[in-house]
Every structure is written in structure tokens, then in C-alpha cells.
Design a protein. Structure first.
Length: 415
């Protein structure tokens, strides 16, 4: 039996997460601001109706938001990650196979059926996720990954009520109303080239000869043409899962003016990067760390960057932290640092280890630490070099409680 691909996508994911545990936010203008409360990263439809836009620096609209009663939330990634896990568990419960594509998107493979029954499937997925997670989602279904993406794009339009199925009877109509730049994998640059050739819609792209697509744009656009016509040409394996480089970097909430503070900040980011590395079961052979001042400070832009080749590939937080804190002494200057970061490079699968090397670290200890932080909340167990107070950490003035990862923040129910 052939299969159908569903793409389930959280609607306005970050703002919807904030509304789950605070029903008073529902139906109100709400924005979520990025690290250090820097810029708007997502907003509710009500906030968009006020004229607020994504990626606007928050300080430019702070007074407007206060005057118009806009709810402001700092990014709460621990909360969003936990809700994402719950959402994907429900969405993938009855499928053949699935692939989490991003924090708010999951591809799932189901048995093919009539358009009517597939619409029922989409509505059931929406209903189940809303009932169990209280997260509104859109569902697009199609015979290929690209068509599922296109269907999900259409599902957001009026009339579809959050579910769209693309099959032979409506494929041309839906693709004909979709710009090439909205097709998964096309993007602005290729879209401009297609436009110069008179190809403006997804339907026109689908009608392009595959040999021409390959010759002019390469194998991926050739596959896209196949996919738009309902032939599977991409698979889970074509999607990059493990990153080749992993970085943790942030602007600080309070300038770092001491070497002790700089060591703590760099150690914190070293451990964050190492945690992500362990999450994809990889190790790194090389690292880079840096710190710089702000162009808006009187000192102007200055800073340093240092690369270290590790004695052996590792994902051990303590080893990576120690390598950096030992080297930072020779880099430090008495200036107010504004941005710091750590990157892990030359990444390879964690199985390729030298079992006779003493520099591998303590993988069992790292595993226990990761499990405890999953169960008790991020940062419950940490490397002491990260510091206790962390006064340099990013500003999150409007941070919502950690409802799902902190015992003190669990909502109280009064009967």
C-alpha cells in the first residue's frame, strides 16, 4: 500500500506555548522577544493586527506595546522544548514513521487513502494535539515531502480550517496559487532566477522539464519538480540530522569586566555546546572560543578568538570547559565584553573513539548529568566553573514560569 506524508506544524509556536498555561493570554496581542529581550521573534495574530512585525527591535516598540496592552514574553526555550516533545509524541503516535524537522514541525508517514479520509486524519491529528497538549497546529498532507509542505502552507489560508490535502483533483489549483519562493527548498535567490525565466508559481515550476531543472539549478531542484508532481524524490535520509559545527553564543545582559566573569561565561557556553554535541551522539576534535565588546561602547569593537585542537575527540563538558578556562588567561584584556561564545568543530560520530586514550573524559557521568537535567530542569546539575550567580546572563525580564521543568512553577489548581 502506498503512503501519504503529513506535515504537522505548530501555529505561532512560541506564542501558542505561552498561552497554554496562561489562558488569559488567549485572544490577546502577544509577542515573544529573543535572547536579551532583543527583538520580536514571534507574535500572535492580534499583535500582527496592531502593525507589529517580526524581527523588530523590542526597544523601538516597547512604549507602543505598553500603551496598547500587548503581552510581552521573553523566550522560554526550556518550556518550548518540552511542549515540542509532547506535541510530536501525540502527532506521531499512529504513523508508520516520522521525522522531527524543527522544534515546531514534524513529518509523519501514514497509509494512503481517499481525500475525504485523509482530511479526517488531518482533523483527528489537530484534535488530538489540541486535546492533549492544548497546542493549535496545521496539517498538510501530500504524496511527497514537498507536497506536504505545500499543503501545510495552504492550510494556513482561510477556508481550509487548518487542514489541507493535496491530491490529483486539486493539485494544480493549489500550486497555481503558490509562489515559487514559498516552495520548500527554493528560496529567494533561486526564486528570482525562476522569475526571470517567467516561472512565478509552484505549478509553473512543476511543469518544468526535469532535465532542464537539473541542468540549470542542480539535482535538488530536479527532485523538487518530481515531488511537486507527486513522485517521492526526497526521504528522511536527505535531511541533515547531525550538525557539522555546534555553537553556543549570546550577548550578555551585563557587561563582563573581570577575568573570573569571562571564565564563567565561556565555561557556561562550553557546557551548552557540549550538551548539544552529546544530544546528537557526536564528539569534537577542535573548539573555538571568543569574546568581543560592543560597537556602541566607548571602547569600540575589540576582542579575541582562539582555536584549540583537543588531545582527543570528546563531548565531555568538564574537559571542554577546562581547555577554555586555561587558555583564556592569555587572551583577556580589561575591556567590557558584550558577546561571548564557544564553537565545537571537526565533529564526528561518537563511536569513533580511541578506547586506550585517557583524555576521553567521563561519558557515564555526562550521561547521568544530562538525565538529571532532563528530569529536574535545565541547569539543575552543572559544572562548577560555570559560576553560581551568573550576573552576566542574558536579560529575560518577561520570562514566563517553567511550568513543565521546575517543581516551584507547577500551576496550582484551586477546587
Amino acid at each position: 500500500m502506498s503512503s501519504i506524508i503529513a506535515l504537522c506544524d505548530g501555529n505561532k509556536f512560541y506564542s501558542s506555548c505561552e498561552q497554554i498555561f496562561n489562558p488569559l493570554y488567549r485572544g490577546k496581542a502577544l509577542i515573544v522577544v529573543s535572547n536579551n529581550d532583543g527583538m520580536i521573534v514571534t507574535l500572535s495574530p492580534e499583535a500582527a493586527a496592531l502593525g507589529l512585525k517580526k524581527f523588530t527591535p523590542y526597544f523601538q516598540v516597547a512604549e507602543f506595546c505598553r500603551a496598547n496592552g500587548v503581552v510581552i514574553c521573553s523566550s522560554n526555550y526550556a518550556l518550548y522544548s518540552t511542549i515540542s516533545t509532547q506535541f510530536m509524541r501525540v502527532a506521531s503516535r499512529e504513523c508508520y514513521s516520522y521525522f522531527p524537522y524543527s522544534i515546531d514541525e514534524i513529518f509523519a508517514e501514514f497509509g494512503n487513502d481517499t481525500p475525504q479520509n485523509l482530511s479526517k486524519l488531518g482533523r483527528k491529528l489537530r484534535h488530538d494535539v489540541w486535546r492533549e497538549v492544548r497546542l493549535p497546529i496545521g496539517v498538510g498532507l501530500g504524496d511527497s515531502l514537498t507536497l506536504a509542505k505545500a499543503a501545510n502552507h495552504a492550510a494556513k489560508r482561510l477556508g481550509y480550517r487548518g487542514v489541507c490535502v493535496i491530491k490529483a483533483h486539486n493539485r494544480e489549483a493549489i500550486l497555481g496559487a503558490m509562489l515559487t519562493t514559498d516552495v520548500w527548498g527554493v528560496g529567494k535567490r533561486i526564486g528570482q532566477r525562476l522569475s526571470s525565466m517567467g516561472i512565478h508559481t509552484a505549478l509553473q515550476l512543476a511543469q518544468m522539464k526535469t532535465k532542464t531543472a537539473r541542468k540549470m539549478f542542480g539535482v535538488n531542484i530536479e527532485r523538487t519538480v518530481f515531488e511537486l508532481n507527486g513522485t517521492k524524490a526526497f526521504s528522511w535520509d536527505d535531511m541533515p540530522v547531525n550538525k557539522r559545527q555546534i555553537f553556543s553564543t549570546r550577548s550578555v545582559g551585563q557587561r563582563i569586566t573581570t577575568i573570573a566573569g569571562l571564565k564563567e561565561a565561556l565555561s557556561f557556553h562550553a557546557c551548552e555546546a557540549a550538551r548539544k554535541l552529546r544530544g546528537q551522539k557526536s564528539v569534537a576534535r577542535c573548539l573555538v572560543f571568543f569574546a568581543q565588546t560592543s560597537a556602541y561602547d566607548k571602547h569600540g569593537v575589540s576582542g579575541f578568538s582562539r582555536t584549540i585542537h583537543l588531545p582527543a575527540p570528546t563531548s565531555d563538558s568538564m574537559i571542554i570547559s577546562q581547555q577554555i578556562t586555561s587558555a583564556v588567561e592569555s587572551c583577556y584584556a580589561a575591556v567590557p565584553y558584550y558577546r561571548v561564545g564557544v564553537g565545537l568543530l571537526d565533529i564526528e560520530p561518537g563511536l569513533q573513539l580511541d578506547m586506550f586514550n585517557d583524555n576521553l573524559g567521563k561519558p557515564a557521568l555526562m550521561s547521568v548529568m544530562d538525565r538529571l537535567n532532563e528530569q529536574m530542569g535545565k541547569g539543575a546539575v552543572f559544572v562548577v566553573a560555570n559560576g553560581i550567580e551568573k550576573n552576566w546572563q542574558m536579560r529575560r525580564e518577561f520570562l514566563s514560569p517553567s511550568y513543565l521543568t521546575n517543581w516551584n512553577d507547577i500551576p496550582n489548581i484551586k477546587c
